[in-house]
Design a protein around this ligand. Structure first.
Ligand code: B12
Ligand code: SF4
Ligand code: SF4
Length: 386
């Protein structure tokens, strides 16, 4: 390439970047940066170790896609650059305040309004479409569900660093960020990777109610309340039930503990600001939900993804932790639910709310549950009780 041609190409690349930044801001993203299609040093090894130690639990898809995940070029050989974007979903109230209101449910901040996958995907497609027609390159857009290592790529692009809680933290926006990417065949000038600013802080590690961090920068998803309440399809292991408290969908404790949130802003996107009825919803309202009312109430919300039975399992764990006797009749009604997952959680909830004699007479009136898992819940609930 001649000097003149090189200069022209550089100007075009600069203009494309300026265009991307302006359009991203217009669409409500709070940051955009470019990286080469390389998630960074040791990432493949770290992912392999995570899977080898089975820290992904039942998220089989993480294991199955690990080769594509660790290398964007395996996912799409033609990719030249990755455009990383962040969208702020900062809460407008203290997300921890709710945890003390034991008769109410705590839904994690990211799930208190619209599903971010749908919201961000639409915006990404619009941005990528305009970029493709300006640049002449091909594009693919990803948010969360594709085998893309969004955090390491965002770190390489300079959007933030991977904190000890294993999520991306930004000096200008704190921890409340969704990540998304546009893969393109166009080769753009990469931005500079961010460095670690955790220092000697360990606030997030100490905040975790279930000790899900075997070491700083490592998570055991099997112990994380987000995994236990969202990804896990089975009964929640007994050892975590009390620690879950009233968290019925996800958990924010490690994010909320981060001192860098002093720079966080409240979400600008109206569809990410908490719905009034999801700020601190009474457990009693949820305990009465059937499939139809669940679907209507959570229409457009990420909560809908887990389905009514898993949701009800989580609500019953919170009911068991509530010490609220007024919830007993609703929990009793769920002992006859069609779903064993719900019946089993109802047994546990009642074992926490009722005294031993009441629990025994309840067991006598129900007889033996035909499902082995629920029968086990009864056995455990009655063990050690007179
Ligand atoms: C699987 C998953 C989970 C799992 C596992 C969590 C985890 N930390 O990986 C569970 C269900 C527990 C989970 C929970 C949550 N999640 Co999640 N989850 C994902 C998902 C789909 C894949 C992440 C993954 O591949 N994990 C496997 C591990 C091994 O990979 P990794 O964490 O990227 O680890 C690599 C790096 O940490 C790196 N690394 C570590 N230290 C260093 C240092 C350097 C220098 C380098 C280069 C690399 C490096 O090495 C690791 C292996 O390669 C991503 C979306 C995506 N496609 O990336 C969202 C994502 C990570 N989740 C997100 C969110 C918001 C959450 C929750 C806050 C939701 C909630 N409120 O309940 C919690 C937070 C829990 C926590 N402390 O992480 C956001 C995080 C945004 C951000 N700011 O980082 C993402 C990016 C979704 C999105 N598009 O916005 N999640
Ligand atoms: S989301 Fe909650 S349970 Fe999961 S690692 Fe963070 S503090 Fe621990
Ligand atoms: S709480 Fe402290 S250790 Fe954890 S991510 Fe934030 S700065 Fe890092």
């Amino acid at each position: 390439m001649t000097d003149k041609a090189a200069e022209k190409a550089a100007i075009k690349a600069e203009r494309l970047k300026a265009f991307l930044a302006a359009e991203a801001e217009r669409l409500g993203f709070c940051a955009l940066a470019i990286t080469a299609p390389d998630p960074g040093p040791d990432v493949a090894e770290r992912l392999a170790r995570f899977v080898e130690l089975e820290r992904h639990g039942s998220m089989q898809w993480l294991e199955e896609t690990s080769a594509r995940r660790a290398d964007p070029k395996t996912l799409w050989p033609e990719v030249g650059s990755v455009i990383m974007l962040a969208m702020n979903y900062g809460p407008d109230t203290n997300p921890m305040a709710n945890l003390e209101q034991k008769s109410s449910a705590n839904i994690s901040v990211y799930a208190r309004n619209r599903d971010y996958h749908d919201l961000i995907k639409g915006k990404l497609k619009e941005l990528a479409g305009k970029f493709a027609s300006r640049s002449g390159g091909d594009v693919k857009v990803f948010v969360d569900t594709a085998p893309v290592m969004e955090k390491p790529l965002a770190r390489s692009a300079g959007l933030g660093w991977i904190g000890k809680h294993t999520n991306l933290v930004s000096r200008s926006h704190g921890s409340w960020l969704f990540l998304a990417s546009i893969f393109t065949t166009v080769v753009l000038d990469p931005d500079t990777a961010e460095v670690d600013h955790c220092g000697s802080c360990r606030a997030c590690l100490d905040a975790c109610p279930t000790n899900a961090f075997p070491a700083p920068y490592q998570i055991d998803a099997r112990r994380c309340i987000s995994y236990l309440t969202i990804e896990n399809k089975d009964a929640i292991p007994h050892e975590f039930r009390t620690a879950i408290g009233n968290r019925i969908y996800g958990c924010d404790d490690c994010l909320a503990a981060c001192p860098w949130n002093k720079y966080a802003q409240v979400a600008h996107e109206a569809k990410l600001v908490a719905r009034d009825d999801l700020q601190s919803p009474p457990l009693i309202d949820f305990l009465a939900m059937d499939d139809a009312s669940f679907r209507t109430f959570f229409s457009g919300s990420p909560v809908k993804r887990i389905g009514r039975d898993r949701f009800m399992r989580n609500v019953l764990i919170a009911a068991g932790n509530s010490a609220d006797q007024t919830l007993v009749p609703a929990c009793k009604a769920l002992l006859s639910d069609a779903a064993p997952l719900v019946r089993g959680a109802a047994v546990w909830a009642l074992s926490q709310l009722l005294d031993p004699e009441e629990m025994h007479s309840l067991a006598a009136s129900f007889g033996t549950d035909p499902d082995d898992g629920v029968a086990d819940e009864w056995r455990i609930a009655l063990k050690g009780k007179v």
